[in-house]
Design a protein around this ligand. Structure first.
Ligand code: MN
Length: 214
């Protein structure tokens, strides 16, 4: 994801049928090519005649939206968040994960949750407990402490550093799972790319000044 306006839609990092049976082709097509694309288009439209904000990074737009002019503030909050959240969501899934956390991340999960099952339980509680549209998150702070959060609509957990996120908007699962959000969550969990997350945790812990709260 490029760092400032004009933003463009990142390609899906795998084939549209690569995540079956957990997420089917039709769901991925609509979610990535229609919903994610709409957030990118809407964010660009909002910033197209706002040259003073076109140099802002995506993270800054998500984090500092309250500093923006009245007429674009809520729109940027919703659409920059939509771009940021979906960019992460599609990147943290993989076709053949069949893996577990390793390295520093494995140790942090044991320290902060007890074990991977306890982390899953906490994430699932956040995903099912989010009333209406929103997101469940695994995040870490400046000290590398992990925690689970949920956000409404397209809000991000910034300035905490997001590691993993589950989209619980109905558009993420309704075509395939209808109202069965718990079943969607359990199947989505099988797609989590733990090797990638383990590497992200290691790298971002060593470059934490990239976080907007620094
Ligand atoms: Mn979505």
């Amino acid at each position: 994801m490029e760092q400032h306006y004009p933003f463009s839609l990142p390609p899906l990092p795998y084939a549209y049928d690569a995540l079956t049976p957990q997420l089917d082709q039709r769901t991925l097509h609509f979610h990535h090519d229609k919903h994610f694309a709409a957030y990118v288009d809407n964010l660009n439209k909002l910033l197209s005649d706002q040259p003073e904000y076109q140099s802002w990074s995506l993270e800054q737009l998500c984090w500092d939206w309250c500093q923006l002019p009245d007429d674009i503030r809520q729109g940027v909050r919703n659409n920059a968040g939509g771009v940021y959240n979906h960019d992460l969501y599609f990147k943290i899934m993989a076709p053949t994960p069949a893996s577990t956390p390793s390295g520093d991340l494995a140790g942090a999960i044991t320290r902060d949750f007890g074990d991977l099952q306890a982390l899953k339980d906490a994430m699932k509680a956040a995903a099912l407990g989010q009333f209406g549209s929103g997101w469940a998150w695994l995040v870490f702070d400046r000290e590398g402490r992990l925690s689970v959060r949920k956000t409404a609509n397209q809000d991000t957990p910034l300035p905490l550093c997001p590691l993993l996120t589950c989209d619980v908007w109905e558009h993420a699962y309704y075509l395939q799972y209808q109202n069965r959000r718990a079943e969607y969550f359990d199947n989505w969990w099988q797609l989590v790319d733990w090797p990638q997350l383990s590497e992200t945790y290691r790298l971002r812990r060593s470059t934490l000044p990239r976080c907007p709260n620094d």
